[in-house]
Design a protein around this ligand. Structure first.
Ligand SMILES: *Cc1c(COP(=O)(O)O)cnc(C)c1O
Length: 427
């Protein structure tokens, strides 16, 4: 595969952008490779600047549940663009998006739009602290909640691959109120509450861990968090930036039947445009400015172009519940086929999956938390990831990122993955 043009562009970009990228995972450092510069995408495929075609298994890290360049979404964006890009004044579409989100996700009584998942989490935590008048937050090791200061503690994927415990530039004071616990470990959570009586504002969790690779909540874990929070007067925040509108229309909370107090969204909610949102119980959301004392704002929040993209994608998903059924069934068959293939060649590697999210961990250990995820052989993962890329299969360049399937993946696409993977594992 010829990658000359990508290499040239990368050299040029590195002169002016730190590491040549605007988000670290794109630099392909953890697999010792250089990034492919993407020129365009269509359906389940992407084309790079050298003209190489890939079946895309990251879908922009989640937003593209209908694939690239979906007709109705493109039309909606084009139409919005002709009316103006931004007004800094309120528009009709914002109310329609908010109403649709409240209809699709019953725990959301009010919602505020922001510009990224990071912002959604940062704001939800502020709301939780304002509501409870407490400062401490519990987060789980290996869960990622964006790059706001207080959340950069044992934060999964990008941070994890870089092998750093957190980040430089974060004052100790900013993380002093962030307590950590192990995923799937309720005893850990109980202990934090015992050690910090009446001080914990909220527990924030990815209801399905998807930033240390995919790690499923064990039966009882999310239920336990709900009970513990209620018992101690703390809020439960589900970070559904990945799982929201992906597992089903009401996300992981619908799938597992748990009602969080606050939820954060991102990724799918903008269909590829920069959007995030946070919402939940009315009495909490009514504390947000201008109604209440919790300040939060955004010049471009609720941007009409982005809102039209998101509204169109969410409306389609809401009107077609069978698309979720089909996508999830297709994904189940696909991840089971990977598992069977690994068995056939005598590998004990772990395949964790739920709906259209999955991970292939290069370890024989059951992966149920950050520690077990880290037992993966990342060197072997790098060989696999490079092999797949060089054979036209765009998988995450990191062991600790999920694979994302979309409604656009065809049997032929999935067959292409399986045959390339089989070639890799056979040798
Ligand atoms: C991606 C992600 C975020 C951060 O969203 P950005 O839009 O990248 O700021 C937060 N939480 C989870 C669970 C995510 O996967």
């Amino acid at each position: 595969m010829n990658t000359t043009r990508s290499e040239e562009l990368f050299e040029e970009a590195k002169k002016y952008i730190p590491g040549g990228v605007n988000s670290p995972v794109r630099a392909f450092r953890s697999i010792g490779s250089t990034p492919r510069f993407i020129r365009s995408g269509k359906g389940s495929h992407m084309t790079d600047e050298d003209g190489n075609d890939y079946v895309d298994f990251i879908g922009s890290w989640g937003p593209l549940i209908l694939g690239h360049d979906y007709h109705d979404i493109r039309e909606a964006v084009m139409e919005a663009v002709t009316k103006g890009l931004s007004f800094g004044a309120t528009t009709e579409i914002e109310g329609r998006v908010a109403r649709l989100i409240c209809e699709m996700v019953p725990s959301i009584e009010m919602v505020r739009m922001v510009n990224s998942g990071t912002e959604a989490v940062m704001s939800a935590i502020r709301a939780a602290r304002g509501f409870t008048r407490r400062d401490k937050i519990i987060k789980f090791n290996g869960c990622y909640h964006g790059h706001s200061d207080g959340m950069l503690v044992a934060a999964g994927s990008g941070v994890m691959t870089a092998g750093q415990p957190g980040s430089a530039g974060v004052p100790a004071g900013c993380t002093a109120d962030t307590l950590t616990a192990d995923y799937n470990n309720l005893d850990d959570v109980r202990k934090r509450f015992e050690d910090n009586p009446d001080q914990i504002a909220a527990v924030i969790v990815e209801p399905v861990g998807a930033n240390m690779g995919v790690v499923l909540p064990e039966p009882g874990f999310l239920e336990g968090l709900r009970e513990i929070c209620t018992e101690h007067g703390a809020l439960l925040i589900f970070d559904e930036v990945i799982t929201g509108f992906r597992l089903q229309k009401d996300g992981a909370q619908g799938r597992f039947g748990i009602t969080p107090d606050l939820t954060t969204f991102g990724k799918i909610i903008g269909a590829g445009m920069p959007v995030g949102a946070y919402g939940g119980r009315r009495e909490i959301m009514e504390l947000i400015s201008p109604l209440g004392p919790v300040y939060q704002a955004g010049t471009l929040s609720g941007n009409p172009v982005a809102m039209n993209a998101g509204y169109t994608q969410l409306t389609l998903m809401n009107e077609h519940p069978e698309w979720y059924t089909e996508l999830n069934a297709k994904a189940d068959r696909f991840f089971e086929a990977i598992r069977a293939m690994l068995q056939k060649y005598g590998y004990d590697y772990q395949v964790n999956h739920i709906g259209s999210l999955g991970s292939l961990f290069f370890t024989g250990e059951t992966v149920r938390d950050y520690g077990s995820a880290k037992s993966s052989d990342t060197k072997e993962f790098a060989r696999y990831s490079n092999y797949m890329l060089n054979h036209g299969i765009y998988v995450a360049p990191s062991q600790f990122e999920a694979m994302f399937l979309s409604a656009a993946h065809t049997q032929e696409d999935l067959g292409r993955y399986l045959s390339a993977a089989e070639d890799f594992f056979r040798r």
